[in-house]
Design a protein around this ligand. Structure first.
Ligand code: PRP
Ligand code: URA
Length: 209
């Protein structure tokens, strides 16, 4: 079973509280999501493999540790996942970026795919799938199905707010995937929105409704 990590860093908690607030503007929401993604990327990359390399400093030759390869891919789930990409690239500028387009059907709440474009060498990369919200888990599970179908093997899911229902669905569908979240909320309402949540992440990021 994939592990669930809830980041309790005060900066992440504070900024997550701010994006929940109704009065937070689109501009501030966008900036905060980006900042949270950077902070989460810092925590989520803690276990990336390192290798020893030989370098020369102005003083002498030295053996130091560096990341083993530059083999990371970031895959946002459109639309809202896009808001997390730049924040992650701030720390991992050489990562390649793929895109999976999904939306929840407003009647059935089931994910509908409309786009999938991934780096050709996705099978060799550590893949960070990102989306601010994990509600029923349908979108994340379907996105990871597509990404695995293209050959990806090492996948991490990163979201800001998750419902217990979504965590359970994702863990059952993809037991090999670790889940990184900033906050685990109470439950889903009758429209499958997270409570207390933040409302519709895509609409709040882009000012649509
Ligand atoms: C939101 C969110 C997730 C999905 C989560 O996207 O960004 O992708 O809902 O819900 P689930 O866990 O129940 O599948 P939405 O479908 O609203 O699309 P959008 O990002 O284009 O607004
Ligand atoms: N998608 C969102 O954007 N918010 C929710 O609460 C649930 C799904």
């Amino acid at each position: 079973m994939g592990k669930v990590y809830v980041f309790d860093h005060p900066l992440i908690q504070h900024k997550t509280a701010m994006i929940r607030m109704t009065e937070t503007s689109v501009k501030d929401f966008r900036e905060l999501v980006k900042e949270i993604a950077t902070l989460m990327a810092y925590e989520a990359t803690r276990n990336l493999p390192l290798e020893e390399v030989n370098i020369t400093t102005p003083m002498c030759d030295a053996k130091v540790k560096m990341l083993k390869g530059e083999d990371i891919a970031i895959v946002p789930i459109l639309r809202a996942g896009l808001g997390m990409v730049d924040g992650m690239l701030a720390l991992i500028p050489n990562a390649k970026v793929g895109h999976v387009g999904l939306y929840r059907d407003p009647e059935t709440h089931l994910p509908v795919e409309y786009y999938c474009k991934l780096p050709n060498d996705i099978d060799k990369r550590e893949v960070f799938v990102v989306d601010p919200m994990l509600a029923t888990g349908g979108s994340a599970a379907a996105a990871i199905d597509f990404i695995k179908a293209k050959g990806a093997k090492n996948i991490i899911f990163m979201c800001i707010i998750a419902a217990p229902e979504g965590i359970e669905v994702l863990q059952k569908a993809h037991p090999d995937v670790d889940i990184f979240i900033a906050a685990k909320d109470s439950h889903l309402n009758e429209n499958k929105y997270i409570v207390p949540g933040l409302g519709d992440a895509g609409d709040r990021l882009y000012g649509t409704k």
